[in-house]
Design a protein around this ligand. Structure first.
Ligand SMILES: C[S@@+](CC[C@H](N)C(=O)[O-])C[C@H]1O[C@@H](n2cnc3c(N)ncnc32)[C@H](O)[C@@H]1O
Length: 286
């Protein structure tokens, strides 16, 4: 089976209408942040951000399969010494739109630049908001397991009596942790904090995310030949990660330069997703 890619040039709000309903397994994207990158590809004012995004998320809700997941990388900026609230407002509006806000992952930027600000410390993390259409979405947790590391040498060697029994009484959540279950294992499930370095590379784009970021979510939420979408693809990081992991990929960007760059790099293969096969008339030429 071929890996198929499709790239659209234009405004996501419109281009998404070309994608069939319930056809995408995973959406991973980093939209333009409010006001931040006016000089490169336009910014949206923080006051207008939610209303700007909702028609896009409405289309994303339509194209995502009921078993699919939407991961939104976003971080509110600071204006007049205060954090903006548009991300919080967006979450509330998306819930009204029909999304379930399932989880929030943190992307901790291990290599964030040092700096000094009068009233805050350097910002070294971004949100990765997970939204779903239903509570039973596909998740392949074994694909992102991590080595046990130091836990095995220290904490797991000295287990208390509580650690050896299922400990679910304190929070009453019904989800207990019997830590002794993990003593002889080499791998554990990760936390919801991703420790990844930012990438300042030569991709000709000012806001790329590291390929390891979409890769992690692609492995967690899809299997081979599933369909991954990035409606604000920029330099195409999500699409290249998907391709390497043998997933079909769809990308959209409004800037012709990014569109052409991604098209060239993907080295378009013959097939386009969702496009009906053309029938060619036989030529009479010998
Ligand atoms: C933060 S960047 C994405 C970077 C990307 N994750 C990468 O690794 O290169 C956001 C992208 O959204 C694009 N964009 C802005 N408004 C758009 C719109 N209305 N429709 C489609 N793309 C848009 C910009 O051109 C920009 O490339």
């Amino acid at each position: 089976m071929h890996i198929q890619n499709q790239v659209f040039l234009g405004d996501s709000k419109e281009e998404l209408k070309k994608i069939p309903s319930d056809s995408v397994d995973l959406i991973v994207t980093s939209p333009p942040y409010a006001d931040q990158r006016k000089k490169t590809y336009g910014g949206i004012s923080p006051d207008e951000y939610v209303q700007w995004f909702l028609p896009v998320s409405d289309q994303l809700l339509r194209v995502l399969k009921p078993t699919g997941t939407f991961v939104l990388n976003i971080k509110e900026k600071v204006t007049n010494g205060e954090r903006n609230t548009y991300v919080i407002e967006l979450i509330l509006e998306m819930k009204r739109q029909g999304w379930l806000w399932t989880e929030e992952f943190i992307w901790y930027k291990k290599n964030c630049y040092p700096g000094k600000w009068p009233n805050r410390f350097r910002d070294s993390w971004e949100r990765l908001l997970q939204f779903n259409k239903s509570r039973s979405f596909h998740m392949y947790q074994e694909e992102v397991m991590v080595p046990m590391g130091d836990w095995k040498k220290t904490r797991l060697k000295n287990l208390s009596d509580t650690d050896k029994t299922r400990d679910d009484s304190k929070v009453g959540s019904g989800f207990g942790k019997n830590i002794s279950n993990w003593v002889y294992r080499d791998k554990a499930y990760p936390t919801n904090v991703l420790h990844l370095a930012t990438e300042c590379n030569n991709k000709n784009h000012s806001a790329t995310f590291p390929e390891s970021l979409p890769s992690w979510f692609i492995r967690l939420f899809t299997k081979e030949y599933d369909v991954v979408l990035d409606p604000f693809m920029g330099s195409g990081t999500t699409l290249f990660a998907a391709k390497k992991l043998k997933r079909h990929a769809i990308g959209i960007d409004i800037v012709p330069e990014y569109y052409h760059q991604v098209m060239n790099e993907l080295q378009f293969e013959e097939s386009y997703l969702f496009e009906e096969k053309s029938t060619y008339e036989k030529s009479s030429d010998k």
